[in-house]
Design a protein around this ligand. Structure first.
Ligand SMILES: Cc1ncc(COP(=O)(O)O)c(C=O)c1O
Length: 440
């Protein structure tokens, strides 16, 4: 397809109108839809998305965190190209699957055994089933605003698009299912202690995003993750760290390495596949041995561990392992610079704002309250956020189009991209300061 040199936004508009007739809301995942229409992509490379309208955007969505090495990383693309003619799917095992799993295990040692699956949704669904099978208990605990994929057990007071579109608890899920999911506020050890006192012996698992990335960006209070570890151990519940965003991003070894807390089970996805669909769930051998055919917890998948995704993922992990001393400090520096600019510029325009960040993740909330859970996240002025988002888009910077998401950097973002973005922040925050208030 030839990229037009003129900025013709009508092309995306026309494509969106066409898409809406066949795809619900015009998209294949809800957060991709935004008013009046999303731009459609022609191609992407490095830090940039190029639209069919001929406009380039510095991208801080990075496919919702999946692309730590940027778009179309040449080493990943070359490795996949080499694999393609050798076959795309075998239905029988490959040595690569074992090697890839061993490399994951080296980086995330708490995953003594694991299964490769295709999406994060599958990974958390199967991790919860394994925890239930192992403990022979039914209930699970999750935290308000955490998003663990789009399956029945966890679509209760969920974050991400579920929060943005006002359906945190989805229709179509039987009450008999959701009544086994207890939802607690994140960052409250007291709430967890209280619930464990009442129903601790029935709780199969506690699942958490160690750093919340689906309600904006929310950081754990000091010792909160340790408290989760202590209480789950005390009551014999399985602690599942959903590191589908955090994994390989907060540090090479993810949140568990950064905060030095070892969960019983971990789910990984996004960065793991370098832009290809692959995810993993795993943990203690004594739990994972219950997975069929070694045990009686059933789990299966036609495309699981397919050689294309496994090749891409293996290449990503090799690059991250070899260059970790360079990659992670540089990501932290760029992220700190962007955060500082947001703080300074928001103050310049007298905007009440909270800016959070860790490693290569950041987000701004337009509120005077510190944000530590979903309740405080909801105090943010979403009208101002929309003005900020649109202001950035106009300047050629794309961030996830909703307050209840997080911005992501990649290794492809250059110093020039950062400078360009700071300039765009200035204009977008000025625009936000001119809007009237309004929150969810
Ligand atoms: C923390 C977390 N867990 C699970 C998922 C689900 O992953 P997937 O979209 O690959 O099914 C997501 C997706 O955004 C996520 O952020």
């Amino acid at each position: 397809m030839v990229e037009s040199s003129v900025n013709n936004e009508n092309k995306s508009k026309a494509l969106f109108e066409r898409a809406q007739k066949i795809l619900p809301g015009g998209v294949n995942s809800p957060v991709r839809a935004f008013e009046p229409n999303p731009f459609f992509v022609n191609h992407a490379k490095g830090s940039k998305l190029h639209s069919v309208d001929g406009k380039a955007y510095v991208d801080y969505c990075m496919a919702y965190g999946a692309l730590l090495l940027g778009h179309a990383n040449s080493e990943v693309v070359d490795a996949v190209k080499e694999q393609l003619p050798k076959g795309t799917l075998y239905g029988v095992p490959t040595e690569l699957e074992t090697e890839f799993a061993q490399l994951i295990q080296k980086i995330v040692p708490s995953m003594e055994m694991m299964r490769l699956v295709n999406t994060g949704t599958e990974a958390t669904m199967h991790a919860i089933r394994a925890a239930r099978g192992f403990t022979e208990r039914t209930k699970i605990i999750k935290f308000e605003g955490c998003f663990h994929g789009a399956h029945d057990n966890v679509l209760v007071k969920a974050g991400s698009g579920a929060a943005t579109f006002g359906v945190p608890t989805s229709l179509g899920i039987p009450q008999e299912t959701t009544q086994n999911t207890t939802v607690l506020p994140y960052n409250s050890t007291e709430a967890l202690e209280e619930t464990f006192k009442q129903e601790g012996n029935e709780v199969a698992a506690v699942i958490v995003e160690p750093v919340m990335g689906n309600a904006g960006l929310i950081l754990p209070k000091t010792n909160y993750l340790r408290d989760l570890r202590k209480l789950t151990q005390e009551y014999g519940s399985v602690l599942i760290f959903d590191e589908i965003i955090n994994g390989f991003r907060l540090s090479l070894g993810g949140a568990q390495e950064r905060f030095n807390v070892k969960p019983d089970m971990t789910t990984l996805g996004k960065v793991l596949g370098g832009g290809f669909p692959i995810a993993a769930f795993g943990g203690k051998k004594e739990i994972m041995q219950h997975i069929s055919p070694s045990g009686k917890v059933y789990q299966a998948g036609t495309f699981s561990g397919n050689p294309i995704s496994a090749t891409a993922g293996y290449t990503v992990l090799k690059i991250l392992s070899q260059k970790q001393n360079e990659i992670y400090p540089s990501l932290e520096r760029n992220c700190a610079e962007l955060r500082k600019a947001l703080v300074d510029l928001a103050a310049n325009y007298n905007l009440e704002a909270q800016v959070y960040g860790i490693a290569s993740m950041f987000q701004i909330f337009f509120t005077s309250q510190p944000v530590c859970d979903m309740t405080s996240a909801k105090s943010a002025d979403t009208q101002k956020f929309q003005a900020y988002f649109r202001g950035l888009l106009k300047e050629g910077v794309f961030i996830p189009p909703a307050q209840f998401e997080t911005c992501f950097l990649s290794t492809a973002h250059s110093e020039d991209d950062v400078k360009f973005t700071v300039n765009a922040f200035d204009k977008a925050l000025h625009a936000a300061s001119k809007t009237s208030t309004g929150s969810v």
